[in-house]
Design a protein around this ligand. Structure first.
Ligand code: NAD
Length: 377
């Protein structure tokens, strides 16, 4: 028996921030990053907290480290809120999740409600039980996984993503695609997660390019914000795979934005998982057939499963190139020396990462090293 449950209440579309007006009388702790304060975006939140009973912790940095979480916990224990708001990209939401979880345990704040307000359309963290925290000394990103990390409410207000620079629209949009594709071929995929993943893939191919090309295209912004959330629910149900397992370890060592790393890996991971070369049509893997389904879904033609998978990969690469994304670690300004220095650690870490457990094809150290080699230059 399996269960399909969405714990998080989702408020979406223009005007979704109005929900915050229901927080009158609450003691609110806001976790965010410095950009949200500097740009004034935080005011869109605080002006709705009419009684002004809030504190802002705005020290989140990309790939939030453990030390930041400790600092946030101290601030929460001092302020004793009954509501926490995370405002920002995945880094702010993940930092807030970890801060909230530890504060609840240490500070007897079990009634604290948690509201996540994403300002990027990428991670889906507003609906997942994951939080990715970085151990800077070891250069490792750890996915914490617990239902206690699930937000009570997610607010998807498309206005908030208007200011995301084009390069970050590309990175985070490819993160959405990777979530949906990995969830779709996961060994834990179900009809329920498939339905969400399929919709997310369709939305990405229809709207990501438009969102990248124009900050004013509010229809595209809204659709990508929804796609991010749908893909988040999909992978929260079905988990992820080798793409994220490697990306977490590249991110911890080489500090490339998360979505960009996922994008670099995705074409090669699909080819690895599909395992199509040399197969006769009767022996196509389940993953190959599912990638072929996605290809058909977005209108790609192909005479057989093999051709559909190849053409799906080509379509992904075309989208990356249209958005002028780097196509190798070298183009991300990573030196050959760094890759040589870290590749064994990255491969070892990837094989120990929780995401690898649901990958459709079992991978060896050699397989991961080969994928790293393919994205090197
Ligand atoms: P991010 O939160 O690190 O933000 C990237 C940059 O974008 C920051 O400089 C931020 O200030 C800026 N930014 C955010 N919103 C903006 C806006 N509206 N306008 C202008 N600039 C804006 O990026 P992200 O890709 O959203 O999150 C990445 C993190 O999320 C990584 O640590 C990754 O591992 C993690 N992650 C978590 C999950 C999960 O389920 N918890 C899933 C995938 C990724």
């Amino acid at each position: 028996m399996e269960t399909f449950e969405i714990t998080t209440k989702i408020k979406f579309g223009k005007g979704a921030l109005e929900y915050l007006e229901s927080l009158k009388g609450k003691r609110v702790f806001i976790v965010t990053d410095p950009f949200m304060v500097k740009s004034g975006m935080i005011n869109k939140i605080t002006e709705r907290l009419q009684d002004g009973n809030y504190e802002v912790f705005s020290e989140v940095v990309p790939d939030p480290p453990m030390e930041l979480v400790t600092k946030g916990v101290e601030a929460v224990l001092g302020f004793k809120p009954n509501t926490m708001i995370a405002l920002g990209g995945g880094s702010s939401i993940d930092a807030a999740k970890a801060i909230m979880d530890f504060s609840k345990k240490i500070g007897n704040l079990n009634d604290m409600r948690f509201i996540a307000i994403p300002t990027t359309s990428g991670t889906g963290s507003e609906v997942t039980s994951f939080a990715v925290i970085t151990d800077q000394q070891k250069g490792v990103k750890y996915p914490l996984v617990s239902d206690s990390l699930l937000p009570d409410v997610a607010i998807l207000e498309p206005e908030l993503v208007k200011s995301v620079p084009a390069a970050i629209v590309a990175d985070t949009g490819m993160d959405v695609l990777t979530h949906a594709v990995e969830a779709y071929v996961s060994t834990k995929a179900t009809d329920f997660s498939d339905a969400l993943a399929e919709k997310a893939v369709e939305l990405v191919f229809e709207y990501l390019r438009r969102s990248y090309e124009s900050a004013e295209d509010m229809e595209a912004k809204e659709k990508m914000h929804n796609a991010s959330c749908l893909a988040g629910i999909a992978f929260n149900l079905a988990s992820l795979g080798i793409n994220h397992a490697i990306a977490h370890n590249i991110g911890g060592k080489l500090h490339i934005p998360h979505g960009r790393t996922n994008a670099l890996l995705l074409p090669y991971v699909i080819e690895f998982n599909a395992h199509i070369d040399g197969f006769n049509p009767k022996e196509y893997t389940v993953a190959a057939k599912k990638y072929a389904n996605l290809a058909k879904l977005i209108g790609i033609q192909g005479v057989n499963t093999r051709a559909l998978v190849k053409n799906f990969v080509a379509e992904i690469i075309k989208l990356q190139k249209l958005m002028k994304m780097p196509m190798s670690l070298k183009e991300c300004n990573v030196t050959t020396e760094s890759i040589q220095e870290f590749k064994q650690d990255i491969a070892k870490g990837a094989l120990e990462d929780a995401c690898i457990l649901t990958n459709p094809r079992v991978a060896t150290t050699g397989d991961v090293l080969e994928i790293i080699h393919q994205i090197t230059s």
